[in-house]
Design a protein around this ligand. Structure first.
Ligand SMILES: [Zn+2]
Length: 86
């Protein structure tokens, strides 16, 4: 059995990943998953683009939790997780 990072696990750490707060090992697993999974690639690309936009505006170091939650809600991550099953 090789370690398989499934979509649900990936999405649960996706915000840390785009923030660059994950360990190199985990980042590598995520990158690997992204190579194989188009759905997650789309989610992460959208998230990164949106975060880039926020970073360009105010000179703040990290995304406020409230904005992050709104962002996740807007990306329909819950829907994505349910849809992915099966
Ligand atoms: Zn995936």
């Amino acid at each position: 059995m090789n370690e398989h990072l499934d979509c649900q696990k990936l999405l649960s750490s996706i915000s840390d990943f785009v923030d660059g707060e994950l360990s190199p090992d985990l980042c590598q697993q995520i990158e690997q998953h992204l190579n194989e999974c188009e759905n997650c690639r789309i989610v992460i690309n959208t998230l990164r683009k949106t975060i880039d936009l926020y970073h360009q505006q105010p000179p703040s170091e990290s995304l406020p939790q409230e904005i992050r939650q709104r962002l996740f809600h807007r990306l329909h991550l819950d829907e994505f997780l349910n849809h992915d099953r099966g």
